[in-house]
Write a protein that binds this ligand. Structure first.
Ligand code: NAD
Ligand code: UDP
Length: 318
């Protein structure tokens, strides 16, 4: 039976992860019933411990490669390791999570006639030959490299979402997330923002891979979550894919210098080998999100970084 006070019953896979835990917070705040599903591969109870006493929040330890059965109105599928070191740790499992996981969640959405959102990624564009990347660009992805388990897994998941939409008229939403950062990123997950902040706080060398001229565009987590919520509330015709990210593009050298300055660190920069297939540049074209969702990021890099530095500072000193 549906709760009378609460709005919708929403299932969030990967809900104990970085983005998933912020999404749990937001959707609870909006008056929904949340079922958080996670296998804790990269997620942590610490990210959701403040929600465990909330009667409208349920935590289920479950691996999405195994089918699941719940009464739900909406599904956000975020479960998948997202940082290169974690998705490359067990690449076969990463592909299974993306592909078998998508099938299991899509089957659940089909049985329950639920709306379903897929957390896809800018990695579907690979090492892009078009810049900035629009949703119509098909990408430049190596199908057999070390990033392929993630890139091709996410591409196949998008295929499945659109086939379920065409074949079974499922109400789907596919969002292509560009690099997002903020509190609750894992300190050891190897992503550039968390690495640089932790290194700067600990006065350890800032590790730049390659010459540091590669670019990324960084979005603060609150902006991204706002985009998710807006997208999910749109009607059936808007399937995506839609890019969500901050178009403000920086080289890794610039990011290192900004973080060193904000932390007030004396850490020195050290250059390390560039990992295989590391994309040279990345920047979202967000015109579609601006037009269809009336969305654009609001939090400037310096402000978002300060909040993230505060988080890591507390975490490291506790
Ligand atoms: P994260 O690693 O913090 O979160 C992923 C969560 O999924 C973790 O809690 C993990 O334990 C869980 N998980 C992994 N495999 C699972 C499985 N088989 N069954 C159940 N749970 C499983 O990463 P994140 O940054 O929060 O990313 C969330 C989603 O957003 C991912 O799908 C990722 O691909 C996508 N994404 C993130 C970014 C980013 O910059 N943060 C960019 C593009 C796409
Ligand atoms: N990077 C870096 N030093 C680090 C971690 C990452 O120079 O300590 C680089 C990495 O090679 C890439 C960029 O920063 O060019 C972003 O890496 P991240 O893993 O955060 O995201 P992704 O490559 O998936 O966009």
């Amino acid at each position: 039976m549906k709760s009378t006070l609460h709005n919708k019953r929403i299932l969030i896979t990967g809900g104990a992860g970085f983005l998933g835990s912020h999404l749990c917070d937001k959707l609870l705040e909006n008056g929904n019933d949340i079922i958080c599903v996670d296998n804790f591969f990269t997620g942590s109870k610490d990210n959701i411990v403040h929600l465990l006493d909330n009667p409208y929040f349920e935590l289920i330890r479950h691996d999405i490669t195994i089918p699941l059965h719940h009464e739900v109105d909406e599904i956000f599928n975020l479960a998948c390791p997202a940082s290169p070191i974690h998705y490359q740790f067990d690449p076969v499992k990463t592909t299974k999570t993306s592909v078998h996981g998508a099938i299991n969640l899509l089957d659940l959405a089909k049985r329950k006639n639920a709306k379903i959102l897929q957390a896809s990624t800018s990695e579907v564009y690979g090492d892009p030959k078009e810049h900035p990347q629009t949703e119509t660009y098909w990408g430049n992805v190596n199908p057999i490299g070390i990033r392929s388990c993630y890139d091709e897994g996410k591409r196949c998941a998008e295929t499945l979402f659109f086939d379920y939409h065409r074949q079974f008229q499922l109400n789907i939403k596919v969002v292509r997330i560009f690099n997002t950062y903020g509190p609750r990123m894992h300190p050891d997950d190897g992503r550039v923002i968390s690495n640089f902040i932790v290194q700067a706080l600990q006065q350890k060398p800032i590790t730049i891979y390659g010459d540091g001229k590669q670019t990324r565009s960084f979005c603060y987590v609150d902006d991204l979550i706002d985009g998710f919520v807006r997208f999910m509330s749109t009607d059936n015709h808007l399937t995506g894919p839609i890019n969500l990210g901050n178009p403000n593009e920086h080289t890794m050298l610039e990011i290192a210098k900004i973080i060193i300055e904000l932390v007030g660190s004396s850490a020195k920069i050290e250059f390390r080998p560039l990992p295989q297939d590391d994309p040279t540049r990345r920047k979202p074209d967000i015109s579609k999100a601006q037009k269809e969702l009336n969305w654009e990021p609001k939090i400037h890099l310096a402000k978002g970084l300060k909040r993230t530095i505060e988080y890591f500072d507390k975490l490291l000193s506790s």
